[in-house]
Design a protein around this ligand. Structure first.
Ligand SMILES: [Cu+2]
Length: 135
């Protein structure tokens, strides 16, 4: 019985290592719907080239907008938020894209929003975590 418990514990920890990894990635694959980003959390290494793939499966225009560190679009994206945009891409309904961007050089938590009117309050908000790049 003890042996069974130990082997199960080993198996479980192996599963956690393989599935539960939250290490940084250099590729982001996000699906936009009405009104969500899936997934809605990304962790990337600072200053690295990040390949970005996305599809808009919704019925309206969506955007993936990374706000600069320490800034937030609040509940509504408006004129005064434009200078705070770090990087963005816009997708028409049914469109998809494969592009890339350079991750911010400063580690921290960055807000990601959809700037289409009313979409932030509808739930189109995500988080980009930038971690120090490994040497
Ligand atoms: Cu949207």
């Amino acid at each position: 019985m003890y042996r069974l418990f130990v082997s199960m514990a080993v198996l479980l920890s192996l599963m956690l290592i393989s599935c539960g990894s939250t290490g940084p990635t250099t590729s982001i694959d996000v699906t936009m719907t009405d009104f969500q980003f899936q997934p809605n959390q990304y962790t990337v290494p600072a200053g690295q080239e990040i390949s970005f793939r996305s599809a808009n499966n919704g019925a309206v225009v969506h955007n993936f907008v990374i706000m600069k560190l320490g800034t937030t679009a609040g509940d509504f994206f408006d004129e005064e938020d434009i200078p705070n945009v770090y990087w963005e891409v816009e997708l028409l309904p049914g469109a998809s894209t494969e592009t890339s961007f350079t991750a911010p050089s400063e580690p921290g938590e960055y807000e990601v929003v959809c700037r289409t009117e009313g979409h932030i309050v509808s739930g189109m908000i995500a988080r980009l975590t930038v971690v120090p790049a490994e040497e």
